[in-house]
Design a protein around this ligand. Structure first.
Ligand SMILES: Nc1nc2c(c(=O)[nH]1)N[C@@H](CN(C=O)c1ccc(C(=O)N[C@@H](CCC(=O)O)C(=O)O)cc1)CN2
Length: 337
């Protein structure tokens, strides 16, 4: 391990106490720096953090039920078509909801569904007072042309637990992080970054990708947490040089192993939002999942790095659950939340 990497890690770890998967940060702060001379960045396990948050959400729901016996958060998951990946994600959402005490209902519409029919389904859910949160699983797998922005905008803002409605995205754009819903993957990324203990304020953050679901809102969140943010996209020149300056790197471009390990600044926190499936004949499934970052090489330079699978994905599901519980609390307590 290069000395620079070791020093950066030392500083980074010293800044703030953090609640982590392992007790490694406290360990580093308390004992001899020699223990910092490890060769690899620490794994930032979204699976472990997600499990802890889900347990705490479950406790909150149970406690609240003691005072409001009829309190049961309800989530409607709307799917068009039957994409295999979407089926997997919806199964994960249903499982998490059950664990927490949220009633999740899956509305599975055929791929022949047209825009008018989909809008009608959403309108019913908007009007149903027992439904607190609505998510339309993306991408839509329809044989018809459907305007996905029109669809996400048709979910009323106070049930938009996906945070993709233009009203909620607008709130985020102007720095109102409290009154609406934050989109799930970006909120999950922030939670992961916070748990490393890195000081976000004043840090240099680079976000690769400008999608509505990941890149753009993550950049907004980092900006409102006082990082200096650079957004990169397909037309960015000198991407490796821009990435080399990042204390915090968030990547969401959907291109397997696109970000190379030697582009990473030693000591950087690396959050990989990519979930790409590559053929792998050695596995019974016939494929393996990889992120957008070349994990094996990047972990030799990063201070913290998320794996794929088990990184950002489980946090996305968990933030959806958190938003749903919040939506149910708001609808029960009104402005007192
Ligand atoms: N309306 C939305 N659509 C989509 C969103 C979203 O936030 N809102 N995000 C993604 C899909 N997604 C949630 O919907 C999601 C993606 C990945 C995971 C996850 O936990 N993945 C596992 C691997 C699962 C596997 O075996 O394939 C992991 O990374 O460990 C959860 C949710 C696009 N659509």
């Amino acid at each position: 391990m290069a000395l620079t990497g070791f020093l950066v890690r030392g500083l980074h770890c010293y800044r703030k106490n953090s609640c982590l998967k392992t007790n490694s940060v406290c360990f580093l702060q308390t004992f001899s720096p020699i223990f910092q001379l490890e060769e690899y960045g620490k794994l930032l396990s979204g699976s472990d953090i997600a499990e802890k948050i889900q347990t705490s959400l479950c406790d909150q729901v149970q406690k609240f039920k003691l005072h409001h016996s009829c309190f049961t958060p309800q989530l409607a998951i709307v799917q068009v078509g039957a994409r295999k990946d979407s089926n997997t994600y919806i199964r994960m959402k249903m499982k998490a909801a059950e664990k927490i005490g949220i009633i999740a209902t899956h509305f599975c519409l055929p791929s022949t569904t047209n825009q008018t029919e989909l809008l009608k389904t959403i309108s019913h859910l908007n009007l149903n007072p027992s439904v607190h949160g609505i998510i339309v699983q993306m991408p839509l797998d329809s044989a018809n042309m459907i305007d996905s922005t029109l669809i996400t905008d048709s979910v009323i803002p106070n049930k938009d637990v996906d945070g993709l409605n233009t009203i909620n995205q607008g709130k985020l754009a102007v720095g109102d992080l409290a009154s609406g819903f934050l989109p799930c993957t970006p909120n999950g990324c922030m939670e992961l970054i916070r748990r490393t203990g890195i000081l976000i304020e004043g840090s240099k953050a680079v976000v690769v990708g400008r999608s509505k679901i990941v890149g753009t809102p993550t950049a907004e969140l980092l900006k409102w947490h006082n990082a200096t943010v650079t957004i990169c996209h397909s037309k960015t020149k000198n991407l490796p040089e821009v990435i080399a300056d990042a204390d915090i790197l968030v990547v969401g471009i959907g291109q397997p192993n696109m970000v190379k390990g030697d582009w990473i600044k030693p000591g950087a926190v690396v959050i990989d939002c990519g979930i790409n499936s590559l053929p792998d004949t050695k596995r019974s499934t016939g494929y393996r999942l990889v992120g957008d970052v070349d994990f094996e090489k990047a972990r030799k330079r990063a201070s913290w790095i998320t794996p794929v699978p088990g990184g950002v994905g489980p946090m996305t599901v968990t933030m959806l659950m958190k938003n749903t519980v919040f939506a149910a609390l708001k609808s029960t307590l009104g402005n007192k939340v």
